[in-house]
Design a protein around this ligand. Structure first.
Ligand code: IPE
Ligand code: IPE
Ligand code: MG
Length: 248
């Protein structure tokens, strides 16, 4: 007989077709979590680390193949210099601290975002983790650091324009499929489930192109309180949705 606590840790039984392939996570609510406890905002970010890696384990257990975590947006540079500095250093340390564990679990880490303004030391850490884990196949974890959906689309347009100017591509060849090859991570699959914590109901510029037909699920829980069970609950909600993709 399993103890109830162990039993609770099993993912819900759902048909394979009801499991999202790609889940996007907007990890929101760290500041409010800290404020509720009379702590500085940075303590909320620290508490959010365990939530992310519990969700990664939950994703592996239920069979999600791709997870994109919004860690720092192109708009987050607008925060106080102290918080920006903390978040840069913190992202670097989290990647360093977790990469071997992720590697052992068969997780492939990829960095998605733009290099402009990003601390070199953070980028180097991300690139090292990518290199270390590049052969892993169980789950891909896209760490979206200095990521913005509009920036990604504008950058893609600029690259594409260069290829047109160099006559490598004719304007009439441009379609959705070709355009998507110019995005930050061309092999990223479309988002099936877009999950945001903290109760806010907006995308905040996350994976705009890739989420065109994502199912949106907003959970009323602050990110540091999120666990694998929050993911599983969101997947049950997702499984109950009817996805039509424009068809009647
Ligand atoms: C999300 O939590 C973490 C990042 C954006 C880096 P917030 O810091 O946005 O927390 P709230 O929204 O202020 O509670
Ligand atoms: C989105 O959260 C960005 C990340 C989670 C990294 P924000 O807290 O920055 O979003 P807004 O400002 O509430 O829209
Ligand atoms: Mg927020």
């Amino acid at each position: 007989m399993k103890k109830p606590s162990e039993k609770k840790m099993l993912p819900p039984r759902l048909p394979k077709s009801a499991i999202p392939h790609h889940v996007a996570l907007v990890m929101d609510g760290n500041g409010r979590w800290a404020k509720q406890r009379g702590l500085p905002r940075t303590k909320g970010h620290e508490a959010g680390e365990a939530a992310l890696f519990d969700v990664v384990e939950g994703a592996l257990l239920i069979g999600v193949k791709e997870l994109s975590a919004y860690a720092f947006s192109t708009e987050n540079w607008r925060r106080s210099p102290d918080e920006v500095k903390f978040l840069m250093g913190f992202n670097r340390e989290v990647i360093r601290r977790r990469r071997d564990q992720m590697n052992e679990m068969g997780v492939r880490i990829r960095w998605v975002g733009r290099p402009q303004k990003l601390w070199k030391s953070v980028m180097n850490e991300l690139l090292e983790a990518e290199e270390l884990t590049k052969r892993n196949k169980k789950l891909t974890l896209n760490m979206c650091v200095n990521y913005g959906g509009r920036a990604e689309i504008a950058d893609a347009a600029a690259l594409l324009a260069q290829d047109v100017a160099k006559k490598r591509i004719k304007p009439d060849q441009i379609n959705e499929k070709l355009f998507s090859k110019y995005l930050d991570e061309p092999t990223m699959s479309d988002v099936d489930l877009f999950l945001r914590s903290s109760g806010e109901q907006r995308t905040s510029n996350f994976l705009l192109w890739q989420s065109a037909y994502a199912e949106m699920v907003f959970m009323d829980v602050l990110w540091p309180d999120v666990t694998r069970e929050t993911l599983w609950k969101a997947i049950e909600i997702y499984a109950g949705r009817e996805r039509r993709f424009g068809k009647a």
